[in-house]
Design a protein around this ligand. Structure first.
Ligand SMILES: [Zn+2]
Length: 310
């Protein structure tokens, strides 16, 4: 879940294109301009600031209040991990491998943070840290609102109010990266902008999709399948995107109860929706796991290129 900020930045540059309405094309091959228009139309309706759980952290702040908010977030995350652990093989392994998760709040740009604990157990080592980034520290150095910091062994996540049906997917996705690191798998970071990066990323994106589907009682994949039935066969998975309309993205928002999300969260959502549509098409049309894997990696890499080019 690395692309949202960049997407927002890149695609807002194209806002002048918005006078052309997003529409499904006849002829039905992928055209990157249409993806830009579609994404911009969606993001344009999502302007403004998302609601922050922690806006600022400074010595003059009421720290007890910040700690309470962080602990609420931790409780929400841990509840989701427990409720959704059996979703896939990977989700159960992920939950099983991290028993001592603690919550922290970043307090300065140089990486200082405080670990919050409701008991006198700060000395007990944690095996994973969930670190909230307050608004005043959430700058462009973070390529995404959620990421896994391999050096700090911490999930870094913007301290926002997330839709209840989205947050578990974010946590599982990043914990998946943490789990792979624990297994000794060495995956390149997003900065490498490589096909190799997409190998692990696709697994985590798929884990996130499965979690969203479970959280929405199956509505997420049900709607995607309906959409794909209307589309029919495409020459390439990416050509499916030529049939997607703004209304479809808004439907996804409804399913995730994310209609009120603003620019930051929506930048991530649009990537998730678009990836999900292509990935689901691949799952429905390719029987062999090996083919699915390589097609998805190709699709993920293609989307990265589409969303990253400036
Ligand atoms: Zn990832």
């Amino acid at each position: 879940m690395k692309l949202n900020r960049k997407i927002g930045k890149v695609l807002f540059c194209f806002l002048f294109l918005l006078t052309i309405n997003a529409h499904a094309l006849d002829g039905k091959v992928f055209n990157s301009k249409d993806l830009v228009i579609l994404t911009n139309s969606y993001l344009q309706s999502k302007g403004g600031d998302d609601a922050w759980l922690i806006k600022n952290i400074s010595p003059t702040d009421d720290f007890a209040d910040v700690a309470m908010r962080a602990m609420d977030f931790e409780e929400q995350a841990k509840k989701a991990l427990e409720q959704l652990r059996a979703t896939t093989t990977l989700s159960s392994k992920v939950v099983e491998s991290f028993k001592k998760i603690k919550i922290g709040v970043l307090t300065s740009k140089d990486g200082k943070l405080i670990i919050i604990d409701d008991q006198d157990s700060t000395k007990i080592p944690h095996d994973l840290l969930l670190c909230l980034i307050p608004k005043n520290l959430a700058d462009d150095s973070y390529l995404s609102l959620a990421s896994f910091d391999r050096d700090a062994k911490a999930i870094m996540i913007f301290a926002l109010h997330y839709p209840e049906k989205l947050l578990p997917a974010l946590i599982f996705h990043e914990m998946g990266h943490a789990y792979y690191l624990k297994l000794g798998k060495q995956s390149p970071g997003i900065e490498s902008f490589s096909k190799k990066y997409c190998e692990e990323e696709v697994e985590m994106l798929d884990l996130g999709r499965a979690i969203v589907d479970k959280s929405t009682g199956g509505a997420f994949f049900r709607f995607t399948d309906e959409l794909l039935r209307k589309v029919g066969k495409a020459k390439e998975p990416k050509d499916v995107l030529a049939h997607i309309e703004l209304q479809d993205l808004i439907e996804f928002d409804g399913i995730l109860e994310a209609k009120k999300c603003k620019s930051i969260i929506s930048g991530l959502l649009v990537f998730e929706y678009i990836y999900n549509i292509g990935a689901r098409y691949i799952e429905n049309n390719f029987k062999k796991e090996r083919d699915r894997k390589s097609k998805k990696e190709e699709f993920c890499y293609f989307l990265m290129k589409e969303y990253y080019k400036e």
